[in-house]
Write a protein that binds this ligand. Structure first.
Ligand code: FUL
Length: 494
């Protein structure tokens, strides 16, 4: 049993500004595109000829427009995958688009995409694989200089970079090479110096890999976790070391998906960090495009499940959409993505109208009515207004009365993470024929829980009970949504 001192310590851990920004805009896209696309490979060994890279209709604006329609806020692009082939006009190596036939060697895919992102109000980020199978410096003490020179080019030539995604995967030993010891602290310091607002993900201090690539989020996702759980060594140890393992992680629910950060675990440590989890998953079986997988693009239902699990489960979602050999996102994926975007919007298009909301007496001006403030158009909550009770209690009951009966199927809940993550268990009851019936049992809330009811329920009153909490709760938002009445697909195809 955690002591009060321990709970005070856990609740003193809060997100940094950079972490808050990505938790608010928690749905982003990955684009895996490079020499592998043209060779039909997932991992290539750094010896493929740059001649292979020759898209005929490359259109970065198409990528951005499609992804914007889906609702993603930022795009993270594979500027360099493990093969070492650079997608920009780099001065650090000859293995790049500058020696490919694309635009007579004058093409710069990083620039094309960053320009398209700027034009369409999309954030732009880069994936720069630390593992480099082409570089002559790899496995030598010159490699960190080489990698930092690449980072510097990318962070100084293309405007704002919202995220640098550092992959922990490395198969150098199976290549017969000495494992490179990366100077991660130097990479982080360089990124912070050149671009202080950039989020450093995966093998980095700001965002943590959820532990699988199959789209599975944890049911109870805590942001306050033991510091030891996010050491670079631990992440690299758990990352892929062979192509076989890479493919395995794409489909399996890895053991790493076990919960981190509940009280019983925290009680064993004395140093903690704020660490949001990210679910990175591909719309196809592979990260790169393969024609043979055109019939295996994820269904809208599957994408929605992933969306609700991740965005609705206090995690970030990073959905990979790989352009094909022409340099465009394939029509199959485009059609799926359009329906996916429509489905997300439709699911949140009908909030119920709340007549009365009551809760235990509030502290100062932090009254319960504050939690209903939400600007749908801006897709944001008012983070400065929240509810917190005056006194700590065993549990907290919030009653919500609607103006009439609605067919409710989801409730969105947000904690104000400026006060850490506190709620550990909650339940939702709906009044049916004058009697409250339990309709949902939940664990964590954090920055976003979408409580999806097993079936829609016709009701004019619900009750949310916070059953377990670290000290007292700080709630930023509660939204109750009706089941979308008309099938979105009918609307699309009529
Ligand atoms: C992994 C890589 O090995 C995959 O190819 C992919 O880039 C994925 C996002 O990360 O570690």
């Amino acid at each position: 049993m955690s002591s009060r001192e321990q709970l005070i310590k856990y609740t003193s851990i809060v997100p940094s500004t950079v972490q808050k920004s990505i938790q608010r805009e928690n749905f982003n896209a990955f684009i895996h595109y490079g020499i592998n696309t043209f060779a039909g490979k997932e991992w290539s060994d750094g010896t493929l000829s740059p001649d292979l890279f020759n898209p005929t209709e490359q259109d970065a604006e198409q990528w951005v427009k499609v992804l914007k329609y889906v609702g993603v806020k930022g795009i993270i692009f594979t500027a360099k995958h493990h093969d070492g082939f650079c997608m920009w006009q780099t001065d650090t190596t000859e293995y790049s688009v500058k020696n490919s036939p694309y635009k007579g060697g004058k093409g710069d895919v990083v620039k094309e995409l960053s320009d398209a992102c700027k034009k369409h109000g999309m954030k732009f980020g880069i994936y720069l694989s630390p593992w480099d199978r082409n570089s002559k410096y790899y496995s030598t003490d010159k490699y960190d200089d080489f990698y930092c020179a690449q980072l510097t080019e990318l962070l100084t030539r293309y405007g704002d970079i919202f995220c640098v995604w550092l992959d922990g995967a490395c198969g150098a030993e199976s290549d017969g090479k000495k494992k490179q010891v990366y100077d991660f602290q130097r990479y982080y310091a360089l990124i912070r110096k050149l671009s202080p607002k950039t989020v450093i993900s995966n093998c980095g201090p700001d965002v943590r890999w959820v532990g699988n690539e199959g789209g599975f989020a944890r049911e109870g996702e805590f942001n306050v976790i033991p510091r030891l759980a996010v050491s670079e060594e631990a992440i690299m140890e758990d990352s892929q070391k062979s192509e076989k393992q890479n493919m395995k992680l794409l489909v399996e629910k890895d053991i790493l998906a076990k919960e981190l950060g509940d009280r019983s675990q925290l009680d064993q440590y004395d140093s903690f960090v704020w660490s949001p989890a990210e679910v990175d998953v591909s719309i196809r079986p592979g990260w790169f495009y393969h024609k043979s997988q055109d019939h295996r693009v994820r269904s809208v239902r599957n994408l929605m499940n992933i969306y609700y699990g991740a965005v609705g489960g206090n995690s970030l979602l990073l959905l990979n959409v790989p352009p094909d050999k022409t340099g465009r996102i394939n029509d199959v994926d485009v059609a799926r993505l359009i329906k996916f975007g429509d489905r997300i919007r439709a699911d949140f298009s009908s909030p119920v109208s709340i007549d009365k909301i009551t809760a235990p007496e509030h502290e100062s001006s932090n009254k319960i009515r504050n939690v209903t403030v939400y600007s749908y158009n801006k897709n944001s909550f008012d983070a400065n207004s929240y509810y917190t009770p005056k006194n700590e209690a065993e549990n907290y009951e919030i009653n919500i009365l609607f103006d009439k009966q609605y067919n409710v199927d989801k409730i969105k809940l947000v904690e104000n993470v400026a006060f850490s993550q506190r709620i550990e268990a909650f339940s939702i009851f709906a009044k049916v024929n004058g009697v409250f019936k339990k309709v949902y049992d939940g664990k964590t809330i954090g920055y976003g829980r979408i409580a999806l009811l097993k079936r829609a329920i016709l009701t004019d009153e619900i009750k949310i009970v916070i059953d377990k909490c670290r000290l007292k709760p700080y709630i930023e938002y509660i939204g109750v949504y009706q089941k979308e009445k008309q099938s979105i697909f009918k609307k699309l195809f009529k």
